[in-house]
Design a protein around this ligand. Sequence first.
Ligand SMILES: C[S@@+](CC[C@H](N)C(=O)[O-])C[C@H]1O[C@@H](n2cnc3c(N)ncnc32)[C@H](O)[C@@H]1O
Length: 257
Amino acid sequence: MAIICTHVKEESQDINVLRYSFHKVSEIRNMKTLNLILAESALEIVPREIVDHPSVKRWAERRGKDPDKVLLDISYHYAAMRGLLNWDRRGRPDIVYISLLNVLGSPLNKEGLLQVYVHTLNDFVITLDPEIKLPRNYLRFLGLVEQLFDIGKVPPKGKWLMKLEKKTLKNLLEELNPSKTIFLTEKGRKTKADKLGSMITKEDNPLVVIGGFQKGEFKEENMKLADEKISLYKRALDAWVVAGIVVHEVGRALEIV
Ligand SMILES: C[S@@+](CC[C@H](N)C(=O)[O-])C[C@H]1O[C@@H](n2cnc3c(N)ncnc32)[C@H](O)[C@@H]1O
């Protein structure tokens, strides 16, 4: 009986070695950190043209702020925004908020394998410390981002948890120097989510770009920065759903979930 047990143990060890070597060949994982950018995000301070609009003034007053210090939000400023250029791609801080809650709370981020940036339609870039804990209340999130646009970093004193810089997407990519830049778009090459996970983890410095806007496509000049354009589903999905899929699939490919 003892001999049979030893034999079975040795055999299972062999199988494990075989499994391990097969795994090594089929799944090469070089990724150190996943860089994730929410690009052209619909996040900005109320533009000068509409600071005097009653809907903006009312909203600012309710929150005890100056009208030129509050974030543009289509839920509250719809009437004022209708006259703005590209109004239907602006004023959606909730897209950034929900996407950030999703990715910053992911196991991938808790394992220290994620770096998130928010690039805005007006070419600002917010860098987030992966350890930041965002408020669970939307209005408190707005307050924090308003402080960021006002002062340039949050908290105002000591080590920043969010910092704001004027920067184009192209400049940010030049700084990050990714080994592969993957844009997610409905117009991309149809790819299963698990394949995207392996494609990302094979790279040593991958970068994934997701649109932080509600309608339309990336600007031509930004789309040109892509090495790969990938579609995960036949129809348009919300940015936070796509962001959730990406961090989950990368976590799966790395076997942390
Ligand atoms: C709400 S979508 C942008 C608007 C969308 N193009 C439309 O016109 O309804 C936000 C972002 O999610 C990502 N996305 C949405 N659907 C996708 C899909 N089927 N495959 C891959 N990425 C997608 C893209 O990065 C897109 O820019």
